[in-house]
Design a protein around this ligand. Structure first.
Ligand code: C2E
Ligand code: CA
Ligand code: CA
Length: 759
């Protein structure tokens, strides 16, 4: 019985020991299988009891019971081993999952060490930076070069193959986790350094990530205040005040790249942004399956402010700050479009400053600028609030009166404006007085902006033509005249392009001998078989600026023809050619260069060219013009003052003007010998020119009496119908030929010679 009892005690111990040995490799795990252990105890006791009873009754019972115990133990051991393996596998899986989920390197390291100690059954586990194995240790090298070392095996014996495999597996997973942590750290650096705000959301629209720039833009101290919250609670993007449904966009797979929006942060601040929105994580490009989205937002406040400033600049006049032509026309377009429905009338009032150039010339451009600024102020103050005041160009303003009932009201506003503008301006200590010419057009519903602008322009033109400083209302006649003018202008443009301009030549001769001294080139326009005289198109060409092109052609053609004569008749004394320059040409900065070029390309010697500039043009800006004349004379050409005597106080200025020739206006010649005043003026001019050493040419000599008087008074040269009308090139050549053949150098006055009729 005692033996039975001993056996009963030893039997469970034997079971346990065997189990312990069988599972020594996973010692710790085994120890923890306490539930199984607990069940093993009563099981073993019962088995031992059964064995003892058997042994007691049968002699063979001992052997039988031992065999039974052995069988049971084997079965139990197998079960325990399987359990241990399963638990081990589970724990390994758990450990690797934990490692993979950990993102920071220290956390990965401590998790790795704990799992390795546990799963391998080691006292200590270290991560060494080099590939070394301390004696008796188990080591696994990680792909990145570190070594995972386990020391102090718990339990007897050596490290098993399974423990080695476990350690290698852990080392591999940990290495991946370290790399991922590195990558994340680097990505974090990148997103931290980003000035764009980056936010990511998950499929539910919750913020999963935000970079510091996002925190800054949304004005939060800690990113945790955003992360985890619904995106809609954190901020909203609005386009034209309407919030965008970003979560909806994500679900629909919609994207946006660099689109404009305003970011409204929960903190209340707003930022002008360009945003990009892209769903992420969708499989096989199926955006609908997306697991979230990334929102990248760039602060473009400055750029947008700059853009707005640019737009403002594009729509406003820099000097006065008033809307410019473009924005005025836009507004007019809008009103006209509306008035088709509303049947409202609107008035366009053109305000054109009279002789603004004179202000600039007399006081300088700064005063001119100040004048425009003060004028714009006065306009703003005098016009009704609802009106638009714009600056159309240099000295042109416009008032757009919206919704006007009757013309009388418009006229009242206009007159008040005119009065205000006429008051003198105090600028820089100068008292400046100016007048304006005003044209009014009332826009009828259905009219286009061109109709209205043309009408207002025509009215302003009429006001100017009527002597300035007055108001004109657009009428159909004025508009028609303006159309004709514009038409003519277009045709003149064509004429310049198509070579429909031609020259006439009028001789300038010696008053005594009638010998040819020079020739004046005068332009004509061959239009539809009719020859248009310059009086009909030169003013128009001056108004529109086309005179510059006309003048360029005349200059070149006159030089070319004259040089042709030089070459054809080397035996004859060279003839001087006079070309008229308009005031507008005189102010072209490239004038001297153009003249030099014309001389060079045609080969005409400079001294054979004389430029005629009217006295009025010269006196308009005398200081500047004197410099220009000097520049021209430096080229070697001569300069004549045309229509002399028509401008006031010209006699006083003559001394200052660097001119070679004075052309006495034909108004004085007409009265010569009949009108004592005219005769005296001519005598005075002659004396002055003689004293100043200027050549003098009398213009418009029509009668023999005039010629004789001039000759007697000592006027050396003349030009006029008495000698010849302006002639075509061939006619002039024939005339010249006749002079040479019948010796016109003779001093016989050829009274009988008929004036060449202009052909
Ligand atoms: P202007 O420069 O004073 O030219 C002289 C004008 O007087 C010419 O008129 C000529 O035909 C005319 N004339 C000449 N002799 C007599 C005469 O005895 N009696 C009368 N009644 N008239 C005479 P035209 O050719 O019609 O030119 C008129 C004006 O047109 C010119 O006056 C000049 O100011 C301008 N003009 C002509 N050609 C040009 C040009 O190429 N460029 C510029 N800028 N102006 C030009
Ligand atoms: Ca002339
Ligand atoms: Ca003249």
């Amino acid at each position: 019985m005692a033996g039975t009892l001993v056996y009963a005690v030893l039997s469970p111990l034997a079971v346990l020991t065997m189990v312990a040995f069988a599972t020594a490799s996973s010692y710790r795990s085994t120890v923890r299988i306490s539930r199984q252990e607990a069940m093993a105890w009563p099981g073993a006791v019962m088995l031992g009891g059964c064995g003892a009873v058997l042994a007691y009754y049968y002699t063979w019972g001992v052997v039988l019971s031992l065999a039974l115990i052995l069988l049971v133990q084997r079965a139990y051991f197998a079960q325990v081993q399987e359990g241990v393996a399963r638990i081990h596998a589970e724990r390994l899986q758990q450990a690797t999952a934990e490692l993979r989920a950990t993102q920071e390197k220290p956390a990965i390291a401590s998790s790795l060490i704990a799992s390795a100690c546990d799963l391998v059954g080691a006292r200590t586990v270290r991560i060494l930076s080099e590939d070394e194995t301390p004696p008796g240790a188990l080591a696994a090298t990680m792909p990145s070069g570190q070594t995972l070392v386990a020391e102090g095996r718990l339990g007897p014996g050596h490290w098993t193959a399974q423990e080695r495999e476990t350690l290698i597996a852990l080392a591999g997973v940990a290495d991946d986790a370290f790399k991922a942590a590195d990558l994340i750290a680097r990505l974090q650096d990148v997103t931290n350094a980003q000035t764009e705000a980056i936010l990511s959301i998950d499929g539910e629209g919750l913020v999963t990530f935000a970079n510091p720039a996002a925190g800054g833009m949304l004005r939060v101290e800690e990113l945790d205040e955003i992360v985890g919250k619904p995106l809609d609670d954190v901020c909203s993007l609005r386009v034209q005040r309407k919030p965008l449904d970003l979560v909806g966009m994500m679900r629909d797979g919609a994207t946006a790249q660099d689109a404009d929006a305003t970011l409204h942060a929960a903190a209340g601040n707003r930022t002008e942004v360009a945003y990009s929105f892209n769903p992420i994580g969708g499989e096989d490009g199926d955006a609908r399956a997306s697991e979230g989205a990334v929102l990248v937002v760039r602060d473009v406040t400055e750029r947008r402010a700059f853009q707005e400033a640019l737009t403002y600049r594009a729509m406003h006049d820099e000097l006065t700050g008033l809307p410019n032509r473009r924005s005025f026309l836009d507004r007019l377009d809008e009103l006209l479009a509306r008035s088709v429905r509303t049947e409202q009338h609107h008035a366009v009032i053109f305000v054109d400053l009279d002789r603004f150039k004179l202000v600039n010339d007399s006081f300088g451009h700064l005063v001119g600028d100040q004048l425009l600024i003060q004028m714009s102020d006065r306009l703003l103050r005098s016009a009704p609030d609802s009106s638009v005041i714009a600056r159309l160009s240099g000295d042109e303003f416009v008032i757009l009166l919206e919704d006007v009932d009757d013309t009388a009201a418009v006229q009242r506003v206009t007159e008040a404006t005119l009065d205000r503008l006429r008051d003198s301006y105090l600028i820089d200590g100068h008292s400046v007085q100016v007048t304006v010419s005003i044209g009014i057009a009332v826009a009828e519903p259905g009219q286009t902006r061109d109709d209205v602008m043309l009408a207002a322009d025509a009215a302003a033109y009429a006001a100017k033509s009527a002597g300035r400083n007055c108001i004109r209302l657009a009428t159909q006649e004025l508009v028609d005249a303006s159309r004709v003018r514009l038409e003519l202008e277009a045709q003149l443009r064509d004429a310049i392009d198509h070579g429909d301009l031609s020259l006439r030549f009028q001789p300038i001769v010696d008053t005594k001998t009638r010998a040819l001294s020079g020739v004046e080139a005068l332009v004509r326009w061959e239009r539809d078989g009719r020859t248009v005289p310059p009086g009909e198109f030169i003013p128009l060409a001056e108004d529109s600026g086309l005179i510059v092109y006309v003048g360029r052609w005349v200059l070149h053609e006159a030089c070319r023809v004259t040089q042709g004569w030089n070459l054809a008749h080397p035996e004859r004394p060279p003839v001087m050619v006079s070309v008229n320059l308009s005031a507008l040409q005189l102010v072209q900065p490239s004038l001297a260069q153009e003249i030099a070029e014309a001389l060079e390309t045609t080969g005409l010697p400079p001294w054979q060219l004389s430029l005629e500039i009217t006295e009025t043009a010269l006196l308009a800006d005398i200081d500047v013009n004197i410099a220009t004349l000097q520049e021209l004379r430096d080229i070697g050409v001569r300069v004549s003052v045309d229509d002399f005597g028509t401008g006031y106080s010209s006699l006083a200025y003559l001394r200052q003007l660097p001119v070679d020739v004075v052309k006495l206006d034909r108004a004085f010649i007409a009265g010569l010998g009949k009108d004592p005043v005219d005769t005296q003026i001519v005598a005075a001019v002659l004396r002055l020119c003689k004293a100043l050493d200027r050549r003098i040419v009398a213009e418009g000599v029509e009668t023999e009496l005039q010629r004789q008087t001039l000759s007697r008074m000592g006027c050396p040269y003349m030009q006029g119908f008495l000698i010849a009308r302006p002639m075509r090139t061939e006619a002039f050549e024939a005339y010249w030929e006749s002079l040479n053949s019948d010796g016109a150098n003779s001093s016989h006055p050829t009274d009988e010679m008929p004036a060449a009729v202009e052909s």
